[in-house]
Ligand binder design. Structure first.
Ligand code: FCB
Length: 443
């Protein structure tokens, strides 16, 4: 597939790809790893679309050298992976299991040996089950446990990880995991899930200090954002749009950047304690932005438990996930974040951007994915457009290096630049991999 020439990006712009532990590693029983909430959830009947689990996934735990070879071949300067908390602390407390950290040390050293910066996310949703049994993120104590875990990781890897990301998408973990019950741990609390927001943010803030005490590397958080498109022109529709925007786009970012929580349903007495907001507002070096699509919102029906209704957006091409392909949303988002937060906003890196398509090898074993090329091309032009408007964006990570285990969708959604045959674990770079390498990273 041919695309218009890619505009140049600023010198030093970080090109990367992202993955997460439970989605690729497998080896769930290896070297003392404890169970996480995702092991429990995936093994519960009816939770995952195809009945699969992450027990084996891409077997990356055993094939990481081959996968780092794929990264090196792609030419990226950074790799964003996540560390499985239950490999480091099988029950989420106490001393580190050395063998668990050994794996990440081997991975980090392999990356550095290939000139790829390790970017480590500490929490990509795989909470140790033992902590969930004690209340999980509904329990304030989990924030303190998280900071201890961050300290253990940074004590081993603080000299080699080039960028720390504390949490991945705390909004999605709260909403899908604790509000709607479609992700682990499968709680359906609706707005009673709010303590999960505050305790994750508190854990983030405490972890920032732990990381800074052990490592000179910059610290970030990766938030999920979705620009709101109000579908309707009544005041009620606009109010619903603002309510959704506060929940999805501001609930986590306002307090991180020192503005406190946005007005809204609010927290129960005793959840937010004196001093918490200062901990949460610890200065960030980078804001990680995960973007997939905008969200259509209109006023809710009178009997709805929610103050808004999510509606499909018409007029866009769609991915295999049925998500609208809207590169303009990424440009708008980056510009809006700058306009909203001004000088409080650190430089941003797009820490996830990508799409699922039903990619299948042809008779010769090649995997052609022109839709992914078009998707990435559009989104990279959108980032460039934001930079042209003066927004400070210093990196872009494609989700994902490999096809992998997509949470509640199991193996049914393929996001990779590299196709994975799950029966044989054969990796086949798709045409998007070559396009990204030849047209974008090393033109
Ligand atoms: C994001 C998650 C990531 C992956 C992509 C498709 O919300 O952070 O793990 O599932 O969506």
């Amino acid at each position: 597939m041919t695309t218009a020439p890619m505009p140049e990006f600023p010198a030093g712009f970080r090109w990367g790809v992202s993955t997460s532990a439970y989605q690729i590693e497998g080896a769930v029983g290896a070297d003392g790893r404890g169970p996480s909430i995702w092991d429990t959830f995936a093994h519960s009947p009816g939770r995952i679309a195809d009945g699969s689990t992450g027990d084996v996934a891409c077997d990356h735990y055993h094939r990481y050298r081959e996968d780092v070879g794929l990264l090196a071949g792609l030419g990226v300067s950074a790799y964003r992976f996540s560390i499985a908390w239950p490999r480091v602390q099988p029950t989420g407390a106490g001393a580190a299991t050395p063998a668990g950290l050994d794996f990440y040390e081997r991975l980090v050293d392999e990356l550095l040996g290939h000139g790829v910066d390790p970017v480590a996310t500490l929490f990509h949703w795989d909470l140790p089950q033992a902590l969930e049994d004690a209340g999980g993120w509904l329990n304030r104590d989990t924030a303190a446990r998280f900071a201890e875990y961050a300290d253990l990781v940074a004590a081993r890897l603080g000299d080699r990880v080039k960028l720390w990301i504390t949490l991945n998408e705390p909004f999605i973990h709260m909403s899908l995991g604790h509000g709607m019950g479609v992700h682990a741990p499968g709680r359906m609390l609706l707005f009673d899930a709010f303590p999960v927001a505050h305790h994750q943010l508190l854990g983030h803030g405490l972890a920032v200090s732990a990381l800074r005490a052990r490592s000179g590397s910059p610290v970030a958080i990766a938030n999920n954002y979705s620009p709101v498109r109000v579908a309707g022109d009544t005041d009620a529709d606009r109010a619903a749009g603002a309510a959704y925007d506060a929940l999805h786009n501001r609930l986590f970012t306002d307090p991180l950047l020192g503005l406190g929580y946005p007005d809204g349903p609010g927290f129960d007495e005793g959840v937010v304690r004196a001093g918490d907001l200062d901990v949460i507002a610890a200065p960030l070096d980078v804001l990680g932005v995960n973007y997939y699509n905008p969200t259509g919102i209109r006023a809710a029906e009178p009997d709805s438990p929610l103050p808004f209704e999510i509606v499909p957006l018409e007029g866009y091409p769609r991915t295999a996930f049925d998500w609208p392909v809207a590169p303009d949303g990424l440009r708008d988002l980056l510009v809006d974040l700058r306009d909203r937060y001004g000088a409080a906003l650190p430089p941003m890196q797009v820490t996830e951007s990508g799409c699922a398509y039903d990619d299948v090898p042809d008779a010769d074993g090649r995997v052609d994915d022109p839709d992914r090329i078009a998707y990435l091309d559009g989104h990279l032009h959108a980032v460039r457009a934001a930079i042209d408007e003066g927004v400070d964006v210093t990196g872009y990570f494609v989700w994902s290096l490999l096809d992998n285990w997509e949470w509640a969708e199991g193996f049914t959604k393929r996001f990779g630049l590299v196709h994975v045959d799950y029966a044989t674990q054969r990796r086949t770079p798709k045409s998007s991999y070559a396009w990204l390498r030849d047209r974008v990273i090393k033109p």
